[in-house]
Design a protein around this ligand. Structure first.
Ligand code: PMT
Length: 312
């Protein structure tokens, strides 16, 4: 990890110069390398710097950043060292570098909210962490990534195109609008199966007599409709279960016409307090259990498995 890396450093790395300790170490390093550029915005935008970065990327170097913002020299623009948490994610995900080069990946994440009235809704505890980690891993793997997200408190993953939605209906619309021919689709969102049949325009008033009853209507199934559209090269759905995880997950995947998917024990995987998850990747006749691990690391492993599936 070389952070920060100046324009001068990038030029030396690209040209293979080794006239000091850092450039010499770079030249003898055989492990994957992450470079986080940091410099004045004009230096960053200079064609020489851009060409040097492209050359390094073509050689398999993972370039992370720079960020945009105010600079030490008083200017404003691209050139700031990327945030530390993104650099740490890049370190955790360095093994995926280049695995999805040139691929288009569409991911759903987070919960949906189904409005009851202007201030109340039905929802669930999904934090979005798993889907956001997958989006970050897919980006570091070289893919063009779009993340369609329900409401979460998470920062947008670095380099990822992000589209915010609230309800399952909106998520469905945005997924269909962003689904490109040949894309890899990963359904990680906890989409509400049902929505209230009607939404009150005014806040529902409390009554001391009867508790109101709620009529629900079935939401369209995004995953099943993506599979039906026959555009994606690979469709993967998460299946959240509380019991008989693998049996129920396989039933669910078959009902949605999916040959492959990812099963998880939802009680352990979902929510703001859960940084880790234990999943099983399911293919037509095989299943691959992965041990409990941090969601960022898990995302890296899942992307590696999906990259192999995508090339088969
Ligand atoms: O967000 P985190 O806190 O990190 O938690 C991650 C997670 C537990 C939410 C995630 O790993 C997960 O399991 N996501 C799927 C949750 C879910 O809704 O599962 P399900 O079994 O109800 O649905 C199965 C699949 O169908 C899912 O891919 C879901 O996105 C999809 N679906 C469901 C209903 C619907 N109307 N449309 C859909 O596409």
């Amino acid at each position: 990890l070389i952070a920060p890396a100046s324009a001068n450093c990038l030029a030396k790395f690209a040209q293979g110069l080794a006239d000091d300790l850092l450039t010499t170490l770079y030249l003898v390093t055989e492990t994957p390398v992450i470079i986080c550029p940091a410099m004045n915005k004009s230096m960053w935008h200079h064609p020489a710097t851009q060409d040097n970065c492209t050359l390094l990327q073509q050689r398999g170097v993972m370039i992370v950043g720079p960020d945009s913002g105010s600079q030490a020299c008083g200017e404003f623009g691209l050139g700031r060292l990327t945030e530390t948490h993104i650099i740490i994610d890049a370190l955790r995900l360095v093994s995926v570098c280049g695995q999805l080069k040139g691929q288009n990946v569409l991911i759903t994440a987070g919960p949906t909210r189904e409005a009851l009235d202007p201030v109340r809704y039905l929802s669930n505890n999904s934090s979005g962490k798993m889907g956001y980690a997958l989006a970050q891993a897919a980006y570091f793997a070289g893919a063009d990534v779009t993340l369609i997200s329900g409401p979460t408190a998470l920062p947008i993953p670095f380099g990822v195109k992000h589209c915010s939605v609230i309800s399952a209906k909106e998520m469905h619309q945005q997924v269909m609008a962003h689904l490109h021919q040949g894309a890899i689709f990963i359904g990680c969102a906890a989409v509400a199966d049902y929505a209230p049949l009607s939404v009150n325009t005014q806040k529902i008033k409390k009554s001391n007599q009867d508790a109101p009853s709620l009529q629900l209507t079935l939401n369209s199934d995004i995953l099943a409709d993506v599979a039906k559209a026959n555009k994606a090269s690979l469709v993967i759905g998460f299946a959240a279960e509380t019991n008989d995880v693998l049996t129920n997950a396989r039933k669910k995947l078959l009902a949605k016409n999916l040959a492959r998917g990812i099963a998880n024990q939802v009680s352990e995987a979902l929510g703001d307090n859960n940084e880790g998850s234990e999943v099983t990747v399911m293919a037509a006749e095989t299943q691959m259990p992965l041990p409990l691990m941090n969601k960022v690391r898990l995302a890296g492993q899942i992307i590696t498995i999906l990259a192999k599936m995508a090339t088969k």
